[in-house]
Ligand binder design. Structure first.
Ligand code: ADP
Ligand code: ZN
Length: 838
């Protein structure tokens, strides 16, 4: 049947393919014109992919969404769209009648793709909940409205509704293929007569479930009978016990709970065999805080703000009061009560009917802040972080999308949470490196938070005791309002920091000393007083290298240019970059000699040393190796909070926002390991780590002390960290960055080219560098040189930097050069505003 010709209708679609820009497709006449943010199925080569509509080159559909086959001859003249291939391919199916991603989020993701020079589909993917890309099966079912209005419908619409009257969900494909078609179905969905859902296919594992046993009707009868009755008497003691327990639980009991009561699953199975018990599965809504360390006491009386807090709140409130975009840097020393300010601001913003987004570096590592939000706002909080199973994350995402919550707490990707009416975004520990995603899209969640706040007309508060140079510079230059908290709550003194010069320790005790004499003494004193201590070394493992005393060879990773770390408990030598490992060898692979020596040390060794130095102490280690098991981290922190552990040994993960009032000593072993790295942020990172970890001591009524072991006692980042003097550190570090032309003095793009051989990588990088220099634009190109990690996961890597003040020009020039060499583009990593250049 010929339909009247309709003007072409196009959409631009982001598909999840690396480094690809959006593609143009045409919408067949029988399909409605989609809205921005809707998902579509589109062909790409031989594949069919889910994409997101990011732009409507033919203008928005009128009246919200277009109707089937409606002619749009009023559409304005349009420019010829960019095309995927030679002809414009059609959209295969429209998956949503409403935006799946709200348009603000589509905008934010598009901004991300542009700024960080990645494919738009990659950026959209970062904003999507798990499983949204997969074409899992969609189901349609009748809604209550649909049932009420069914009788008024005619023709295809009526037929379709009739096939759903039994209330059972049907597969969309099945319903749509039988006459009515997608258009009718989507129209009905828009009007709310049917509901289309996307269940998670084949992913029961995405949710944690538990088996629940309930009594059947017969079971109830038997349970009600006296045990002397012959029907009951045939049952064993355990079986009767199980019936009695279940009779008292109308909703049934979880099998693990029954097991705790001494009822094994075999007993339940036998009862089920007799028809007395039935089973069902119930989904566990796992609350991330259930097992979390409640490090802050839960029943705190409502506190009166200190004068300093009050003044800070006043200033933040006045910025928020304008109801327009505003940015503030809250620079508050450790223990100055920043969290309380976040909470008060959040409740004020909520009272004004706007929503709140709180970003934290890593929930497992900083449970306190997130936990307090949860306590304060209860059910209105959704949690978004990568530690959740897919199904849980999917659930939380949809709760936010539906508007069931108005507070979202999450890690960096939560900056894309589909929260409506955002009025406040808080970025806690804004300097933290985990806000930067180290894979494409390489965005910084903190910086996107600022972009999102500007978009939403919201207040963004960046909080830290040790702000990043970038943020402090923005505050100094007036782009952000600087709000400072200079004092700890109750005027508790900052920990007294002492430097231990390890050169003296080596002179006295030999080169193998790990714990200095002052640190040993301080640990023993804490144990006597029943106080707690934290010992930090930012390197895990037992020994950091194995070398042969006969031929001098060191044991390197075959895939990466890095030596293998010895993990004693696992008895393996492991690469911390690619995870390659082998059993710790007994002889040198190069010369066969049996004189292998282990050098360097990590947390595993420090743990052993602490145990040896402090007989009887309860010592626990926290690092990536010990927290592999889910919940291990939270359990250890909770035990530490309950004072069941005396000394906590760990990597930087124990330096973060924990609040343990009985910790009065912090020891830092090898404070300078970070300083040796060829990274322009090495000093900044060392300063932050030392200041933060020193801030863990003396947060209760007892004064704290920090001991910092170093062989560079005069280095400025160590000196200023000891005095906890941020401002002096900032000005010295800023002059270093200005002199060396590093951020924030200029903008930096780090480019890494991967190749099969080092020559290939260097040559290809050289070609790009030359092309960039020919551009003659206002930037400088440095390099290429072999990357500090010249080989990683079997690939050789060459590196160059682009430095300049016009980030946009730098990015455009680089993309132009890369687009001319698509094969090379695939092997190139572009990192705009890199956190680390290693
Ligand atoms: P920060 O995040 O700045 O390091 P916290 O927010 O963790 O500091 O606050 C440190 C401690 O002080 C916490 O135990 C907190 O409950 C407490 N606290 C905060 N504000 C007050 C106040 N006004 N009065 C009493 N205690 C407070
Ligand atoms: Zn490796």
């Amino acid at each position: 049947m010929p339909t009247s010709p309709t003007p072409p209708r196009h959409v631009r679609v982001a598909v999840p393919v690396p480094a690809l820009e959006s593609l143009t497709y045409r919408v067949p006449p029988e399909q409605p014109y989609p809205v921005v943010g809707a998902r579509v199925l589109v062909p790409l080569g031989s594949r069919v992919l889910t994409g997101i509509v990011v732009e409507l080159p033919d203008g928005p559909p009128e009246g919200g969404t277009g109707h089937e086959g409606e002619s749009r001859d009023d559409a304005p003249a349009r420019p010829a769209p960019a095309v995927a291939g030679n002809e414009i391919k059609p959209v295969i199916d429209l998956l949503d009648s409403e935006p799946f991603l709200p348009s603000e989020i589509v905008q934010l993701a598009a901004w991300t793709a542009e700024y960080y020079a990645c494919g738009i589909g990659e950026a959209m993917a970062a904003a999507m909940p798990p499983r949204a890309w997969v074409e899992s099966e969609r189901y349609v079912r009748l809604t209550d409205i649909g049932r009420l209005r069914q009788a008024d419908q005619r023709g295809a619409r009526r037929d379709l509704l009739e096939r759903l009257t039994d209330g059972r969900p049907r597969r969309v494909g099945q319903i749509a293929s039988q006459g009515a078609g997608h258009a009718t179905l989507l129209a009905l969905a828009r009007e709310g007569l049917v509901e289309i859902t996307m269940p998670l296919t084949g992913s029961a594992a995405a949710f944690r479930t538990v088996r629940v046993a309930t009594l059947t009707a017969q079971g109830h009868e038997i349970a009600a009978l006296d045990s002397s009755n012959c029907a009951g008497a045939r049952l064993g003691g355990r079986q009767r016990e199980a019936l009695a327990l279940l009779a008292g639980a109308p909703d049934g009991l979880d099998t693990p709970v029954l097991a705790q009561h001494g009822i094994p699953s075999a007993t339940l199975a036998r009862l089920a065999g007799l028809g007395l018990v039935s089973f069902a599965r119930r989904r566990l809504e796992r609350d991330p805080f259930q097992t979390g360390a409640s490090t802050a006491s839960d029943n705190k009386p409502a506190m009166t703000l200190t004068l300093e807090q009050q003044a800070a709140l006043e200033r933040l409130r006045s910025i928020a009061g304008a109801g327009a975009y505003g940015a503030a840097l809250l620079h508050g020393v450790t223990g100055s009560g920043k969290t309380e300010l976040y909470l008060r601001l959040a409740s004020e913003i909520r009272a004004r009917g706007r929503s709140v987004l709180l970003l934290v570096p890593e929930i497992a590592l900083t449970p306190a802040v997130a936990g307090q939000f949860r306590t304060a706002f209860g059910e209105r909080v959704a949690i978004q972080h990568s530690g959740l199973a897919d199904g849980e994350r999917y659930d939380q995402w949809h709760r936010i999308r539906r508007g069931d919550v108005d507070v979202v707490v999450g890690t960096r990707s939560a900056v894309f949470a589909p929260l409506r009416g955002v009025g406040l975004i808080v970025v806690d520990e804004e300097h933290d490196g985990s806000y930067k995603q180290e894979e494409s899209p390489r965005y910084n969640g903190r910086d996107l938070a600022v972009v999102r706040a500007r978009q939403a007309g919201a207040l963004v508060v960046l909080g830290s005791a040790t702000p990043s140079l970038e943020s402090y510079q923005n505050a100094v230059s007036g782009r952000y309002t600087l709000v400072a908290l200079e004092r700890r709550i109750l005027d508790r003194p900052l920990a007294e920091v002492r430097v231990v010069d390890m050169r003296e320790e080596y002179a006295a005790g030999g080169p193998d000393v790990i714990l200095s004499r002052p640190l040993r003494e301080a640990l023993l004193t804490r144990l006597e007083r029943a106080e707690q201590a934290i010992v930090l070394l930012n390197r895990r493992g037992f020994a950091t290298a194995i070398f042969c005393r006969q031929c001098g060879a060191t044991l390197e990773c075959p895939n990466c240019s890095i030596s293998l770390t010895v993990h004693r408990a696992a008895r393996r030598a492991r690469c911390h970059y690619c995870n390659y490992s082998l059993a710790v060898p007994k002889a040198c692979a190069a010369c066969g000699g049996a004189f292998l020596e282990q050098t360097g040390f990590g947390t595993e060794r420090v743990e052993a040393e602490v145990i040896e130095a402090c007989p009887g102490a309860r010592v626990t280690r926290l690092d990536r190796d010990t927290i592999r098991r889910r919940g291990a981290m939270a359990r250890a922190l909770a035990a530490f909070a309950r004072r069941e552990i005396d000394v906590l040994v760990g990597t930087q993960m124990i330096a973060k926002g924990h609040d343990f009032p009985f910790v009065t000593l912090v020891g830092v072993v090898s404070a300078d390991i970070g300083l040796g790295l060829a990274d322009f942020r090495a000093s900044e990172r060392t300063f932050q780590l030392l200041t933060q970890v020193a801030g863990r001591a003396g947060r209760g009524d007892l004064p704290g002390e920090a001991l910092i072991q170093t062989i560079h006692p005069g280095h400025y980042s160590i000196l200023h960290a000891c005095r906890q003097d941020y401002r002096t550190f900032f000005s010295e570090e800023l002059s270093f960055r200005q002199a060396m032309r590093y951020p924030p003095a200029i903008s930096l793009v780090n480019v890494i080219v991967k190749g099969r051989s080092s020559q290939q990588a260097m040559q290809d990088a050289g070609g790009l560098v030359e092309a960039l220099r020919r551009g003659g634009a206002p930037y400088r190109v440095l390099g290429p040189a072999p990357a500090p990690l010249a080989r990683l996961k079997g690939e050789h890597r060459a590196q160059f930097f682009i430095k300049g003040t016009n980030r946009g020009a730098m990015r455009r020039a680089l993309l132009a050069v890369l687009d001319a060499r698509p094969e090379l583009k695939r092997r190139t990593i572009v990192d705009v505003d890199p956190m680390s250049v290693l």
